[in-house]
Write a protein that binds this ligand. Structure first.
Ligand code: KG4
Ligand code: ZN
Length: 334
């Protein structure tokens, strides 16, 4: 039985729509919200309003470029959570109305599961079971992926997400929002061993990223006392050293998870998986640990509807649909 699904993502600050037909992604339209830049972070109410403005043009573009007409759709999917409540409501309400009007089933998708399933958009696919380090602006999780529909969180952050740490430290350094990619670019030109910052001492497979932000803040204050232009003159080395520490914290736990579970299939996902330091370190670790690694294409690292469509495809095949009275969930567990 053929299936063609329209998927919608609106959990944070990207409005996105994608069409998937029999497991093949036909497109991935993303409208990024620039309105937040001047505030140095996502403003939830502005995000909801921007989703309202962008959603219909983005869906129209997704349908037009896929060559699929509304009557060919066999289901509509949307991100139910986790995310910003107002933002989720915009995508969710639209998806419900669309499913109701077309009289086709509705599929709810967990955003964090979708990040993991982005690995099935293009070959090579990871083999089950695999471990996925999902790193984004809102989450840092080690996930044991047993199959497309069965995942278990092995460990996660107890405070800030790693993307949040990148963004907050970048903000302290005076970089534009979101700071992660800017910090990454500058880090490439600096010495990662120039300064050292403390690693977290979290037990087991849990992460903590709030300490490094404070450590960087005090480190800068001390140095600025001696040298007022310290940030400007040492920016590349500071970025490289911060990135080195953040990546090390992620890698320590990833290696631990792989050893404890004796799994050599290792993937990364989410916005921070675009980080060049993380990607390069993962490649080195693959040689040392005999891992088979999987890195998503950059367009499927940050938020996008193609990953939501992929997750919806597996639910459709398993006959998992939801009712039209379903509500979004700001906090939603895997
Ligand atoms: O997955 P995503 O698009 O949205 C959330 O679900 O949060 O992730 C966004 C996060 C932001 O914190 C952004 O700064 C970070 O991913 N990010 C990066 C890079 N590209 C995006 N962080 C470090 N280096 C990058 N190259
Ligand atoms: Zn995300």
């Amino acid at each position: 039985m053929s299936c063609t699904i329209l998927a919608i993502e609106s959990s944070c600050d990207e409005t996105s729509a994608a069409v998937i037909s029999d497991g093949k992604i036909l497109n991935n339209i993303v409208a990024t919200q620039s309105v937040h830049e001047k505030y140095g972070g996502v403003v939830p109410e502005l995000a909801s309003r921007a989703h309202q403005q962008h959603l219909i043009p983005v869906v129209a573009e997704a349908l037009r470029t896929s060559g699929v007409s509304k009557k060919d759709l066999t289901a509509v999917a949307f991100t139910r959570g986790p995310g910003l409540m107002g933002a989720l409501l915009v995508g969710g309400s639209f998806a419900k109305a669309f499913a109701y009007a077309l009289n086709i089933p509705l599929i709810e998708v967990n955003h964090m599961e979708a990040h993991v399933l982005a690995h099935f958009i293009e070959k090579p696919y990871p083999e089950f079971p695999f471990i996925c380090l999902t790193v984004s602006g809102g989450h840092t999780q080690l996930v044991l992926v047993k199959n497309h529909l069965n995942m278990e969180v092995l460990g996660e952050t107890s405070d800030d997400a790693v993307g949040e740490a990148f963004d907050k430290i970048a903000k302290i350094l005076g970089l534009p929002y979101p700071g992660g990619p800017h910090l990454d670019r500058l880090a490439g030109k600096g010495n990662p061993k120039a300064y050292s910052f403390p690693l977290s001492d979290m037990k087991g497979l849990a992460f903590s990223f709030s300490g490094i932000k404070t450590a960087v803040l005090y480190f800068l204050k001390e140095n600025i006392k001696q040298e007022p232009d310290f940030i400007a003159t040492h920016l590349e080395d500071i970025c490289a050293s911060v990135q080195f520490t953040l990546v090390k914290m992620l890698m320590q736990k990833l290696v631990k998870a792989s050893r404890e579970h004796q799994i050599l299939e290792v993937a990364i996902a989410g916005g921070v998986s675009a980080n060049s330091g993380l990607r390069n370190t993962l490649k080195e670790a693959a040689l040392e640990n005999d891992w088979q690694i999987y890195l998503p294409k950059l367009e499927y690292c940050t938020d996008n509807a193609a990953m939501v469509a992929m997750a919806a495809h597996y639910k459709y095949r398993a006959g998992i649909f939801c009712d039209l009275d379903i509500s979004p969930l700001a906090k939603m567990k895997i």
